[in-house]
Design a protein around this ligand. Structure first.
Ligand code: C2E
Ligand code: CA
Ligand code: CA
Length: 607
C-alpha cells in the first residue's frame, strides 16, 4: 500500500482511538473531511444500520448540508431507500457505483453523473453501517484505495461498537429493566436539575402506588405480574404528556411533568392518570383491575430539595393508601389532615381505657351452606368525645405509634374473653370460636403468648376456642420472633389466623413452616366477586392454597349474594360480611349464638 494511504489510516486511527459516545459524531465528521480532501471527492457520509427497524441512520457527513428538520436523510428505511443506499443493508465488500443522476441530497453541488464508493462497516457477519464517498462525475478507485477504506471502516466499526456499549450501559444505569422507564437514579438527577435555583417552577411529582398489586404477583405468577406492570407503564407513558416517568421498583411509579405545574393542574393530571390506570388489563385471559393511589407534591426550585419533594409525595401516597386507597392526595392536605387527627387522637387515647370509651362489637362468621354461626370476631370501637364513633382503622395505628397498642390489645383480649366466657357459662357458643385481632406491636412483645394463655385459663376457655388474627405483614417483619411466639401460642392451644390474606407480603413459603390454622381472604378481593374476574382468579388461587396446606379458609366482606354464591361454588363456605350480618353488640351476639344460625336463603338457589 502506498505510503500516503498508510498515513491516512494512521491519522484516522489516532483520531478515532480516543473517541467516546459524546465525541463520536464530531470526530467522525472531521475524519470524513480528511477523507474527502485526501481522495479528492465532493462529499462523504457515515451511516449506521438499525436492523431492528430495517433502517439506516445518518451519523456524520462532510460537508454539512443545511436542511430544515426533519432531514429526510436522517433516518431512511431500507424499504424506501434509493436502490444504492438500499445496498448498505447487507453490503459485505467495498463497491463502487456510478450513476447518471446526482446523489440525492448528499452533494447538492453535483449536477452531473456521480461515482460513489461504498464501504461497509462490519461487525462479525453483520453489516452495521456504511461509509460513502461521493464524487461528482467519474472517478476510478484502485483496489489499494478501497483496501485502505476497508481498514478505515473497520476502525469506525470499532468506535460504533464502543459507543453502542457505552450508550447501552448508560441506558441500563438510568432505566428500569422491566419497563424501559427511567429508574430512581435518573429521576433524582432530573429533579436535582429541575429544582436548581433559577429553574422554572413549580415542579410537581406524582407518586403512584398500585393498591394490591402484590396479589397479582403472588397468585397469578410473577410473569403475569411483570406483564401487568409493563401494560401500566405503557399506559402511563401514553397518558402523561411530556414528562419524566420513573419506576422505583415494585409497583411504584413517579411522574414529573416537564412543564412547570402548579397544584390545580397537578391534581387534574393525577385524576386523569388514575382513571387511565384503573382500566382493566387482560392477563392470561383474565381481566385484572387494580386501583391506584396517587400522592402529589409540589416543590419550588431553590427552596425544596429532590429528597423533600419525593418524601412529600411519598407521604401523600401513604395517606392515600391509609385512608382506603384509590385516592389522590396532595401533600399539604395530607399533612394537615394527618397531624390534626393524630394530635387529637393522641390527646384522648391516653385516658380512653379508664374512661370506658372503648367497647366491642362482634362480627359473626357463618357456614354459608347452612347459616350455622361458627365463630365471632371481636372488633374494637371508640366513642370519641368530639369525633363520634371511630373505627379501629382510625386509631390503632396511632395507638401503636405512642406505645399504647399493648395496653389497648390487653383490654380487648380480656374484655372479649370475659364476655365469651359469660356466654359459655350461659350455655351458648360452646362450639364457637372467639376471634381477636392482634397488632404487630403486641405479637412481638415479650411474654405475649404466656399472657394470652393466662387470660384463657383465668376464664377457663378450652384449647382451640380462641383464635388470634394477625396480618401477613407482621409475619414477615420479624420472622424469628414471630416463629417462636406462634409456636408458644400453638402449644398453649391458641389458634392463629392470617388476616387480610392476599394484601401483604407473600408468606406462601412460610405458611408450611408456621403453625397457622386459618387464612382470611381479604375483603377487597371478595367485595366485587362476580364482577371482577381478576379477583376471582386470585380467590381461586387462595382457595387452592388453603386446601394444599390444610388450612381453614374464611372469606371476609361478603356483601352480595353473587359473592356468596361464587365462593360457595369454588369451595369456600366460611364467611363473614354485611350480607350475613353487620357487627353487633355483645348481647345481640349472645342471642345469635343461642339461635345458632343466620338465614342464608341464597345458598343453593339462584341469586
Ligand atoms: P378486619 O380484622 O379485617 O375486620 C373486618 C373489618 O371489616 C371490620 O371493620 C368489619 O366491620 C368490616 N367488615 C365486615 N364485613 C364487611 C363487609 O361485608 N363489607 C365491608 N365493607 N366491611 C366489612 P372494622 O371493625 O372497622 O375493623 C377494621 C380493622 O381494624 C380490622 O380489620 C382489624 O384489622 C382492626 N381491628 C379491629 N379490632 C381490633 C382490635 O381489637 N385490635 C387490633 N389490633 N385491631 C383491630
Ligand atoms: Ca380480623
Ligand atoms: Ca381482615
Amino acid at each position: 500500500m502506498p505510503r500516503s494511504l498508510e498515513l491516512v489510516i494512521t491519522a484516522v486511527a489516532t483520531r478515532l482511538i480516543a473517541v467516546d459516545a459524546a465525541t463520536a459524531a464530531g470526530v467522525s465528521r472531521q475524519v470524513l473531511a480528511e477523507l474527502v480532501t485526501h481522495f479528492g471527492v465532493h462529499s462523504g457520509f457515515l451511516r449506521h444500520n438499525d436492523h431492528a427497524i430495517h433502517a439506516t441512520r445518518l451519523i456524520a457527513e462532510w460537508p454539512p448540508r443545511t436542511v430544515d428538520p426533519p432531514d429526510p436523510l436522517d433516518l431512511v428505511y431500507f424499504a424506501d431507500a434509493d436502490p444504492l443506499l438500499a445496498l448498505a443493508e447487507h453490503l459485505k465488500e467495498p463497491a463502487v457505483f456510478r450513476r447518471d443522476a446526482p446523489e440525492p441530497g448528499h452533494d447538492a453541488r453535483a449536477t452531473t453523473a456521480s461515482t460513489t464508493a461504498y464501504v461497509p462497516l462490519l461487525s462479525g457477519d453483520v453489516t452495521s453501517g456504511v461509509i460513502g464517498l461521493v464524487k461528482a462525475g467519474e472517478r476510478d478507485w484502485t483496489a489499494e484505495e478501497l483496501n485502505a477504506l476497508a481498514a478505515i471502516a473497520s476502525l469506525f466499526a470499532q468506535v460504533q461498537a464502543r459507543v453502542y456499549a457505552e450508550e447501552r450501559l448508560r441506558f441500563l444505569a438510568e432505566h428500569d429493566d422491566l419497563t424501559g422507564l427511567h429508574n430512581r437514579r435518573a429521576l433524582m438527577a432530573h429533579l436535582d436539575q429541575r429544582l436548581a435555583p433559577g429553574s422554572p417552577g413549580p415542579v410537581t411529582a406524582l407518586f403512584f402506588d398500585l393498591d394490591r398489586l402484590k396479589a397479582v404477583n403472588d397468585y397469578l405468577g410473577h410473569s403475569a405480574g411483570d406483564r401487568f406492570i409493563r401494560v401500566l407503564a405503557e399506559r402511563l407513558a401514553l397518558a402523561s404528556g411530556p414528562s419524566m416517568i420513573a419506576r422505583l421498583g415494585g409497583d411504584e411509579f413517579v411522574v414529573v411533568p416537564e412543564a412547570a405545574t402548579g397544584r390545580a393542574a397537578a391534581e387534574e393530571l393525577a385524576h386523569r392518570l388514575q382513571s387511565v390506570l384503573s382500566r382493566r388489563v387482560p392477563i392470561d385471559g383474565e381481566m385484572v383491575t387494580r386501583t391506584v393511589s396517587i400522592g402529589v407534591a409540589v416543590g419550588m426550585p431553590g427552596q425544596d430539595s429532590t429528597s423533600d419533594l419525593l418524601r412529600h409525595a411519598d407521604q401523600a401516597v401513604l395517606t392515600a393508601k391509609n385512608t382506603g386507597g384509590n385516592q389522590v392526595i396532595i401533600y399539604s392536605d395530607a399533612i394537615s389532615l394527618e397531624s390534626e387527627f393524630r394530635n387529637d387522637i393522641e390527646l384522648h387515647l391516653q385516658s380512653v381505657i379508664e374512661t370506658g370509651a372503648l367497647f366491642l362489637r362482634y362480627l359473626p362468621e357463618v357456614d354459608m351452606r347452612t347459616g350455622k354461626v361458627l365463630a365471632t370476631e371481636a372488633l374494637v370501637r371508640w366513642q370519641h368525645p368530639t369525633r363520634g364513633l371511630l373505627s379501629p382503622d382510625a386509631f390503632i395505628g396511632v395507638a401503636e405509634s405512642i406505645n399504647l397498642a399493648g395496653e389497648l390489645g390487653r383490654w380487648v383480649l380480656r374484655t372479649a374473653c370475659a364476655e365469651f366466657a359469660r356466654w359459655r357459662a350461659n350455655g351458648v357458643g360452646r362450639d364457637a370460636v372467639l376471634r381477636v385481632n392482634v397488632s404487630s406491636v403486641q405479637l412481638v412483645a415479650d411474654g405475649f403468648a404466656e399472657s394470652v394463655a393466662d387470660v384463657m385459663s383465668e376464664y377457663e376457655l378450652p384449647r382451640g376456642s380462641v383464635c388470634l388474627e394477625i396480618t401477613e405483614s407482621i409475619v414477615v417483619q420479624d420472622i424469628d420472633v414471630t416463629r417462636i411466639t406462634l409456636a408458644r401460642l400453638h402449644e398453649a392451644g391458641v389458634q392463629v389466623a392470617i388476616d387480610d390474606f392476599g394484601t401483604g407480603y407473600s408468606v406462601l413459603s412460610l405458611l408450611k413452616s408456621l403453625p397457622v390454622d386459618a387464612l382470611k381472604i381479604d375483603k377487597s378481593f371478595v367485595r366485587d366477586l362476580g364482577a371482577d374476574p381478576g379477583d376471582l382468579a386470585i380467590v381461586r388461587a387462595i382457595i387452592a392454597l388453603a386446601e394444599a396446606f390444610g388450612l381453614q379458609l374464611v372469606a371476609e366482606g361478603v356483601e352480595t349474594e353473587t359473592a356468596a354464591m361464587t365462593l360457595l361454588r369454588h369451595g369456600c363456605h366460611r364467611a363473614q360480611g354485611f350480607l350475613l350480618s353487620r357487627p353487633i353488640a355483645g348481647d345481640q351476639m349472645e342471642s345469635l349464638l343461642r339461635r345458632g344460625r343466620v338465614s342464608v336463603d341464597f345458598s343453593g338457589g339462584p341469586a
